[in-house]
Design a protein around this ligand. Structure first.
Ligand code: BGC
Ligand code: CA
Length: 294
């Protein structure tokens, strides 16, 4: 097992930094601050940083094939322009926003947006995993979820890896490409005593898992073996990971201030900031949503 430390690359002090996604066309990183209701853009080459309002708690942002964005916001899906402008709610689908809100989400290898909800209290299995299709219909893949979090697909697209944080596991499902349904749930990684959060897969098929309350990212083989540990010094809660950078070998790590006491925040001088680390493996560019607003 190897061990390395990530470094802060952007001081953003996010309340709940989350959902990093690398825009390989524009060479920039998008991420969200769920509770500050903003989408952020970071250009590592120039250091430029900007953000845009989302008009509600925004669990995830994904890229569209046509250059626009889709947000998973509070209880609905929202299309937006490339800078987050011109937001339009997808009609015909609402989650129960009093019980749940959208949390993590990603586009699958077939251009569909898979996003899950979580219980506001983080205790009831009131959440679900939903799929937004390119024609803007929504299907539900899984119910009984408490805190829907990390998602990843194997390079062949046949295995879907998924984290419902309180289970303290990474589970795997078989994917039916045409119907989008998932089946045959099995556990591939037992995390132990801490909360797994966001997740990214690398080009060797290994899983990088953000550990919310451990200040760490861990890399696991798909058979559950722990391979590497990445420290996120003074980062507070560690929420999610994504590959990016010119060579797709930079591991970006989002962090959060939410849930930390004043004393913990005083010790975590970079809580809520964006971290990065060069790693000796690459990750795939993200898939893009295959539809648009209409
Ligand atoms: C959620 C937080 C939650 C955390 C637990 C995050 O994805 O946004 O609200 O506390 O997961 O791991
Ligand atoms: Ca998350």
């Amino acid at each position: 097992m190897t061990r390395a430390a990530a470094e802060p690359v952007l001081e953003v002090r996010a309340t709940l930094g989350e959902g990093p996604v690398w825009d390989d066309r524009e060479q920039r990183l998008l991420f969200v601050d769920i509770m500050s209701e903003r989408v952020h853009w970071f250009h590592p080459d120039s250091g430029d940083h900007s953000s845009s309002a989302a008009d509600g708690p925004v669990g995830a942002v994904v890229l569209r094939e046509d250059g626009g964005l889709v947000l998973a916001r509070h209880d609905c899906f929202v299309h937006a322009g490339p800078r987050g402008e011109g937001r339009a709610v997808v009609e015909g689908f609402r989650a129960d926003g009093s019980a749940v809100r959208f949390n993590d989400g990603k586009v699958d290898p077939w251009g569909r947006f898979v996003a899950g909800t979580m219980s506001w209290e983080e205790a009831m299995p009131a959440g679900a995993l939903h799929m937004l299709w390119p024609d803007n219909t929504v299907t539900t893949l899984l119910e009984g979820v408490t805190i829907s979090n990390g998602l990843a697909w194997s390079a062949e697209g046949d295995v879907f890896y998924y984290i419902d944080s309180p289970t303290r596991r990474v589970d795997a499902f078989h994917v039916s490409p045409i119907s989008g349904t998932i089946s045959g749930r099995r556990t591939v990684v037992e995390i132990g005593d801490v909360f797994p959060d966001g997740m990214a897969i690398d080009d060797e098929g290994c899983l990088w898992v953000a550990l919310w309350d451990a200040g760490l990212v861990r890399r696991y083989a798909p058979d559950g073996r722990l391979l590497e540990v990445v420290d996120v010094p003074e980062g507070g809660h560690v929420s999610s990971v994504a590959f990016g950078g010119a060579g797709m070998s930079t591991l970006y790590i989002t962090t959060a201030r939410a849930g930390l006491t004043e004393a913990e925040l005083a010790r975590a001088s970079h809580a809520g900031d964006l971290f990065a680390l060069e790693v000796p493996v690459t990750g795939p560019a993200p898939f893009r949503f295959a539809g648009g607003p209409s």
